[in-house]
Design a protein around this ligand. Structure first.
Ligand SMILES: [Zn+2]
Length: 361
């Protein structure tokens, strides 16, 4: 994927670099950074970005085209998340060149490992980029521009009980499964409020029916557009587990054991909140108006590379490309949506060029 995109970009006159993010995360490619020169002297560079990876099962995709709809054959995802974003970027730059439209320099960033924790964006050295604003193409409906996104915490819990024979000496054991079950049953999970969500997504433990299980492993997450609410929800989950574990205690041969929990909370990403007045949002609004398209700025419950870029000082919003039912084998895409996305983007780049030219005059 990276080599193919590199080749396309070089054929279109870009200077292309593949950075060292792949080595740093144990992948087989780094981020592809393609620098397209502008045709307007001294104009500021704009960034366009999409991710090259997909979720699994994403290998050996056999796209089925029915009219304007592209779907997978049901054995894999389509991977429109986010190949459609890569396509929109390449096609709009190609159109700029073919139609000789005056434009600013463009830095196209094709990232790796978005789906496994925004790793490519996290590893990207933004000091290598000139752009300080731009667009990420990684959401569904091209009628929406995501300008707000949540902060997210990732949790890992190791719950320790005490092993014992379930038939012979159950009173000498502490079940880690029971601690986990009781704690999870008491937790506020799912949609907490309009800005906040929480989930326990992985539970592992137990060896046999005749053993009181002494270890259970949990993984989960919480997200919120509001930092205080995220902290409160995180505390609630950690405390519920710890309080539940502490209720369990047994003494065997004079040795007292208590249930206990090791908690690891890591910050997955920080919230993004791009104001309406920002350059990129205004550009999208004006471009959409000129094309007679309706684009509305909204909040997302998901995180994407844009969260990381904003945190690193590149002001950017996330624009839709037409991908639908993503992260499932039912994924599909309406080509009309992808056209609308590309047309709006082309208009935006054109407008950006016009503004840069006026600014110079
Ligand atoms: Zn994506």
């Amino acid at each position: 994927m990276a080599e193919r995109i590199k080749q396309y970009c070089e054929e279109m006159g870009a200077t292309v670099e593949i950075d060292d993010a792949g080595e740093r995360v144990g992948g087989n490619s780094g981020n592809v950074i393609a620098r397209f020169p502008g045709t307007i002297p001294d104009a500021e560079t704009i960034m366009m970005s999409a991710h090259m990876d997909t979720v699994v099962p994403g290998e050996g995709v056999k796209p089925i085209v029915e009219g304007d709809i592209i779907r997978s054959d049901g054995t894999t995802v389509l991977g429109g998340d986010d190949k459609s974003g890569c396509a929109v970027i390449l096609e709009t730059i190609r159109c700029l060149q073919e139609q000789n439209i005056p434009h600013t320099p463009i830095e196209a960033v094709f990232s790796i490992c978005e789906e496994v924790g925004l790793l490519g964006a996290k590893m990207l050295d933004v000091s290598k980029l000139k752009a300080r604003y731009g667009l990420v193409f990684d959401s569904d409906d091209p009628g929406f521009l995501f300008t707000k996104g949540p902060s997210a915490n990732h949790f890992e819990f190791k719950i320790y009980g005490l092993e014992s024979h379930a038939g012979v000496a159950p009173e000498q054991g502490i079940s880690a499964i029971r601690i986990a079950a009781e704690a999870i049953a008491q937790m506020k999970l799912g949609r907490i409020d309009h800005e906040t969500t929480a989930n326990i997504g992985v539970i592992r433990g137990g060896e046999a029916t005749n053993i009181i299980t002494n270890y259970v492993y949990l993984k989960g997450e919480a997200r919120s557009l509001n930092e205080d609410k995220l902290n409160a929800q995180t505390e609630h989950i950690v405390k519920t587990l710890q309080d539940t574990a502490a209720k369990y205690e047994v003494t065997v041969d004079g040795v007292t054991t208590r249930g206990r929990v090791e908690s690891e909370v890591t910050r997955e990403y920080y919230a993004m909140d791009v104001p309406e007045s920002s350059r990129v949002v205004q550009l999208v609004y004006k471009a959409a108006a000129r094309k007679g398209l309706k684009v509305e700025a909204v909040a997302s419950g998901g995180g994407c590379d844009a969260n990381i870029f904003n945190k690193k000082g590149i002001e950017c919003a996330n624009f839709g490309t037409g991908m639908r039912a993503i992260h499932t084998v039912k994924e599909w895409l309406d080509v009309k949506d992808m056209y609308a996305s590309a047309e709006m983007t082309l208009e935006m780049l054109k407008l950006n060029g016009e503004m840069a030219t006026q600014g110079r005059g």
